[in-house]
Ligand binder design. Structure first.
Ligand SMILES: [Zn+2]
Ligand SMILES: [Zn+2]
Length: 325
């Protein structure tokens, strides 16, 4: 099909579909893997999720349902003249709205269609007609050679930073969900505010301290070194070895007895201390208590430069990391 004709048809379909509050604006399959979850690290993804959820007060962006089942959804804009696909916003949707934005998936459940009709105030039997348009638009979009960009026009296939995404989340803020009460004593207006507040209040975290101490191995009873960072915020220890991926990597590179091991307690792979004699994993769980007994300034081994990531991380997690419990 002629590209201009396709573009024209796409715009018509978009216009028709935009009359719905909830509609499936499907990504062309050929595009760069758009899954931000795969581009970001595990921790970065958690931060992004948390920022979006907080911004929306744990409510669905479209139907305002309060639910614990929120899912992150990227909103894209398609420019048919330039073949550019641009990231417009990152929102959180309830599961029923989310499934509605993925009509390309098979086995659509009845309750998903019912949700479509409720949110859009449409007759249930109009769904098939609507879906036909969605699929036609999707098919037509496949004829373009999309370049995928962030909101500032940077090519996402070269990567995208968490900072850019958080800024997008903050700027995409329409004021619909004004946070009323916070369990923490900070107020979230824009990400820039957060950075400003943080820069001013937590200067002691500019360097991250790495502690090193000796302790008997639980298995062979010989003395073996242990290392960990200890991140405290507002008087609480919130992060030790095994909690923060980026810091664990530093330890892994610098200390040969720090290894990637399987933790039976946590049922996952973790970075942790191992015995230099018998190789046994020493358990990150106990590090927490050890800080109280073994670790003081004489065990300070070195400091590493803080990174922007840490600042965001700490600000959004001013409590004990839940994945530790
Ligand atoms: Zn919803
Ligand atoms: Zn040992």
């Amino acid at each position: 099909m002629d590209k201009n004709l396709s573009a024209e048809k796409c715009l018509l379909l978009e216009k028709e579909l935009s009359k719905y509050k909830l509609w499936a604006n499907l990504n062309p399959e050929k595009a760069f893997p758009l899954d931000l979850k795969r581009i970001l690290s595990k921790e970065e993804w958690k931060i992004l999720e948390k920022a979006v959820y907080k911004k929306q007060e744990y409510k669905c962006h479209l139907c305002i349902a309060s639910t614990s089942q929120l899912m992150i959804h990227e909103q894209w804009f398609f420019d048919y003249n330039t073949s550019k696909q641009q990231l417009k916003d990152i929102v959180a949707l309830c599961d029923l709205c989310y499934f509605n934005t993925h009509l390309e998936k098979k086995n659509l459940k009845k309750k998903v269609i019912l949700h479509w009709s409720l949110v859009n105030n449409e007759q249930y039997h109009n769904f098939e007609e609507y879906k036909k348009n969605v699929m036609e638009l999707w098919e037509l979009r496949k004829h373009f050679n999309w370049q995928v960009e962030d909101n500032l026009g940077n090519d996402i296939s070269r990567g995208i930073s968490l900072y850019t995404l958080l800024k997008l989340v903050a700027n995409g803020y329409k004021g619909e969900y004004v946070p009323q009460s916070q369990e923490n004593d900070w107020n979230f207006t824009t990400i820039e505010d957060i950075f400003d507040q943080f820069e001013k209040s937590v200067s002691e975290l500019e360097k991250i301290r790495i502690y090193k101490w000796n302790k008997e191995c639980w298995k062979c009873q010989k003395e073996t070194p242990h290392v960990s960072y200890c991140i405290a915020f507002q008087g609480e220890i919130i992060g030790c070895i095994g909690d923060i991926e980026k810091l664990d990597k530093y330890l892994l590179e610098d200390y040969p007895f720090v290894k990637d091991v399987y933790s039976k307690t946590q049922e996952r792979r973790v970075i942790g201390n191992t015995c230099i004699h018998c190789g046994a994993y020493q358990g990150n769980y106990f590090i927490f208590d050890e800080f109280l007994h073994y670790v003081d300034d004489k065990n300070l081994d070195k400091t590493i430069q803080n990174i922007l990531f840490m600042k965001i991380y700490l600000l959004l997690s001013p409590c004990l990391p839940i994945w530790r419990i």
